[in-house]
Design a protein around this ligand. Structure first.
Ligand SMILES: Cc1ncc(COP(=O)(O)O)c(C=O)c1O
Length: 486
């Protein structure tokens, strides 16, 4: 036996674990090839078991290895690092580490040499906002969005609408919650005009659906620029920018390797970056500015060329070197092994959730989105049902999970379009939520949206996940049937 079972890591309360793990290995024999991740968990993520925690929120945030922190501390403890972009030794040392991290990001994502640039940001949201506020939207340059998008992408429509650009959404198919490919193909042709931005997630943070990366090329051939939100995809999948070449990619590093928080990036094709018109300039982004030569908007400053012209103020120059450390950690572990392990655990969890039954035979859980592993990642969205088939309030289940040391997440997960599709919410009801209610009167606003706040529970796997995590979740849910059987 491989992995956690080999450690004899079960107790008398774990009836059935050995059999279930054996059946799991038979169904997913490739899981054995990821046995080194069990050793990794003991060595680098031992705090999970030491604290008795079942961490199932990798889509919320990844976990860091102890050695990442140690290496970062050693680095900071052994050098003098000052504000970059000066010739002093302290400044040059920091600049060198920042530039090394930038190059490592490009290598990690297999970006063709010379074609892409990395702009360091605070997170994926800030990367998206850089594009949103600078993209030349207009009546001839619309914004095309998929209904499955994080709010950090949905918010782009405010910038587009302010420039009189059309904003259009592509619907989701019922059940699997995938983008309707026919609707996409119908929306792409531009009738001769070029320009316009198409933004979609490589992986849904809601259902875990992976959208087809071939759409990048299809959209570009019709004259669209493409923004790929890879925040939920990158932690457990290879993102190969040699194979797929979106104009812009948004990343949050803490989702990939846990530490540091507060650093993300925009990976942009250099040519696409040149299309962006920054709405302002700031310290760090400007090569030359004059106060006396100022005659009106957009005069008397020169932005720095390339990524630096997008990095407002002082970079997180002490944190950015930890990005390189984190990337090397993932490279040593192997993203393919992480991917395989997460796929096996996801497949088992989906089957187990669908099989959960009350003693009377009624289903105990409902899974939203695809219930097979094809075309999806390791994010699983579900709700507990009562014996009559009604959804048990997910916040209630979450609180019960909290008490058991199981980290799940409940809510709409910042993805209102996917939620509306999953719960069959209709446009008139949703439009009514906004009629005559302003955000200033929070009480009235909450009343208006109260019955549109349905959410679901989300479990997600990542680098340190093992079978025991998935199994403990299922066992916990199974035991809840006594609470809800009525
Ligand atoms: C698909 C997706 N996009 C964007 C974001 C926003 O990431 P951040 O909050 O790190 O900016 C998230 C965060 O969960 C996400 O899952």
């Amino acid at each position: 036996m491989t992995g956690d079972l080999a450690q004899g890591a079960w107790s008398s309360g774990d009836e059935g674990y050995r059999d279930d793990y054996g059946a799991f290995l038979e169904r997913y024999p490739e899981y054995r090839e990821t046995a080194h991740l069990d050793e990794l968990r003991r060595r680098e993520y031992g705090r999970l078991d030491a604290c008795g925690q079942v961490y199932l929120d990798y889509t919320g945030g990844g976990l860091y290895a102890v050695s990442q922190i140690e290496e970062h501390m050693r680095l900071l403890g052994s050098g003098i690092f000052g504000n970059p972009h000066s010739s002093s030794p302290a400044s040059a040392a920091a600049t060198e580490l920042v530039e090394r991290a930038r190059e490592h990001v490009l290598r990690y994502f297999r970006a063709p040499a010379g074609e892409y640039a990395v702009v360091f940001t605070q997170n994926a949201t800030a990367a998206i906002k850089l594009v949103a506020e600078s993209y030349p939207f207009g009546p001839q340059a619309p914004l095309l969005l998929t209904a499955d998008n994080h709010n950090s992408i949905n918010g782009m429509r405010e910038y587009a609408a302010a420039q009189d650009a059309e904003v259009r959404y592509l619907p989701l198919t019922e059940g699997e919650e995938r983008i309707d490919a026919a609707a996409l193909m119908a929306a792409l042709p531009r009738g001769g005009t070029a320009g316009g931005l198409f933004a979609f997630p490589a992986q849904s943070n809601f259902t875990g659906v992976q959208h087809d990366l071939a759409w990048i090329g299809s959209a570009q051939r019709e004259g669209w620029d493409v923004l790929l939100d890879a925040a939920a995809y990158a932690p457990t999948n290879v993102l190969d920018l040699g194979a797929w070449q979106p104009d812009f990619v948004a990343i949050s590093f803490y989702k990939i390797f846990g530490y540091p928080t507060g650093i993300g990036c925009l990976i942009a094709r250099k040519e696409a970056l040149r299309k962006l018109v920054r709405p302002w300039y700031a310290g760090g982004t400007v090569a030359f500015a004059s106060v006396q030569a100022f005659h009106g908007p957009r005069t008397a400053h020169y932005l720095l060329p390339g990524p630096t012209g997008f990095e407002d103020g002082t970079l997180n120059y002490l944190g950015i070197p930890a990005v390189e450390i984190g990337l090397r950690h993932i490279e040593q572990v192997g993203i393919d092994a992480i991917h395989t392990r997460v796929r096996c655990l996801t497949g088992w969890l989906l089957t187990a959730l669908c099989a959960l039954r009350y003693r009377g035979g009624q289903p105990l859980a409902h899974v939203y989105g695809p219930v097979e592993t094809a075309g999806r990642g390791g994010t699983v969205l579900f709700n507990l049902l009562d014996p009559a088939g009604w959804v048990v309030e997910p916040g209630l289940v979450q609180r019960q999970a909290d008490r058991m040391g199981i980290s799940l997440r409940s809510g709409c997960h910042c993805n209102p379009g996917a939620r509306e599709a999953a719960f069959g919410m209709q446009p008139p009801d949703l439009t009514a939520c906004f009629a005559g209610v302003t955000g200033e009167d929070l009480g009235a606003f909450m009343d208006a949206v109260a019955d549109k706040m349905d959410g679901a529970l989300r479990a997600s796997f990542g680098i340190a996940s093992n079978f025991r995590d998935a199994w403990q979740l299922v066992r916990f849910l199974d035991r809840l049937q006594d609470d809800y059987a009525g």
